[in-house]
Design a protein around this ligand. Structure first.
Ligand code: HCB
Length: 205
């Protein structure tokens, strides 16, 4: 599946996803062991100059199509229903990557969290405004670029300056983000993937 996605072969990704689900793989396994490594491989090819922006965009389209066609229908059947808390989530300023953030939002909703998704390229001011407006239990931030991950610190500082930092827990994630970085910027938690994000958010509320 990783190879098929890296080759941007949508029909093969389709058939392998169907096969994996039929054979009992969980949607999470399909995403984390098949699709996400495929996206990483696309990223490596881009880094090596073998792929360009159109290939990055095609990989995102294939990922989203497979999510819509196969993964989300299975996931939504697992909806728990029990209310767990409210999360405001967004991709930080300067960053338009939203696939991982969307996946985290979906998984949280399925687990019973109310999720307010601020979208992409979200400024610290917008995060602060949303915390004032929605009074969430948790603020989730996503960043995929080594440059934009630094915005996470600005959001935490803006929350502090607005006197709101102690009213929410902050969770951060995204490919370049690490637990060490999360600690360094004063976040409460870090999650490596969407399933871990759900577990961590349950612990935070
Ligand atoms: Co983009 N891009 N990209 N890109 N892109 C990356 C991120 C690179 C790593 C590719 C590379 O060079 N190896 C690289 C960043 C390098 C760096 O910073 N060191 C890069 C670059 C350079 C760029 C541009 C600058 C390219 C250019 O214009 N020259 C440009 C930047 C645009 C911008 O944001 N300002 C750009 C653009 C794009 C798109 C638009 C073409 C497209 C995104 C489409 C979209 O998201 N709608 C894109 C894509 C697809 C990628 C790669 C190939 C895949 C990203 C992805 O969706 N992964 C990516 C390569 C890679 O990731 N290694 C590449 C799959 C998801 C499921 O994984 O890690 O996002 P995830 O999310 C996980 C996990 O991190 C966690 O849970 C998720 C689910 O398990 N998680 C959280 C995520 N957020 C969380 C938040 C929480 O609170 C908790 C957990």
């Amino acid at each position: 599946m990783k190879g098929a996605l890296a080759e941007l072969d949508e029909s093969r990704v389709d058939s392998l996803t169907t096969k994996a689900l039929e054979q009992g793989c969980s949607p999470h396994e399909v995403v984390e062991r098949g699709l996400r490594p495929g996206m990483q491989e696309v990223g490596f090819r881009f880094e090596r100059g073998e792929y360009f922006l159109p290939e990055l965009m095609i990989s995102a389209e294939i990922f989203n199509a497979v999510m819509q066609r196969y993964i989300l229908p299975v996931l939504t059947k697992e909806q728990s229903g029990e209310y767990k808390g409210r999360v405001v989530i967004g991709t930080v300023r300067g960053d338009i990557h939203d696939i991982g953030k969307n996946l985290v939002a979906v998984m949280l909703r399925i687990d019973g969290f109310e999720v307010i998704d601020l979208g992409v390229d979200v400024s610290p001011e917008r995060f602060v405004e949303a915390v004032r407006e929605y009074r969430p239990d948790i603020v989730g931030m996503s960043a995929l670029l080594t440059t934009t991950m630094l915005e996470m610190r600005n959001v935490i500082e803006a929350l502090r300056a607005a006197g709101l930092r102690d009213s929410v827990k902050v969770i951060v994630g995204g490919a370049p983000v690490t637990l060490e970085f999360a600690r360094e910027i004063g976040a409460d938690a870090y999650a490596r993937d969407a399933v871990e994000a759900v577990t961590v958010c349950r612990e935070l509320v």
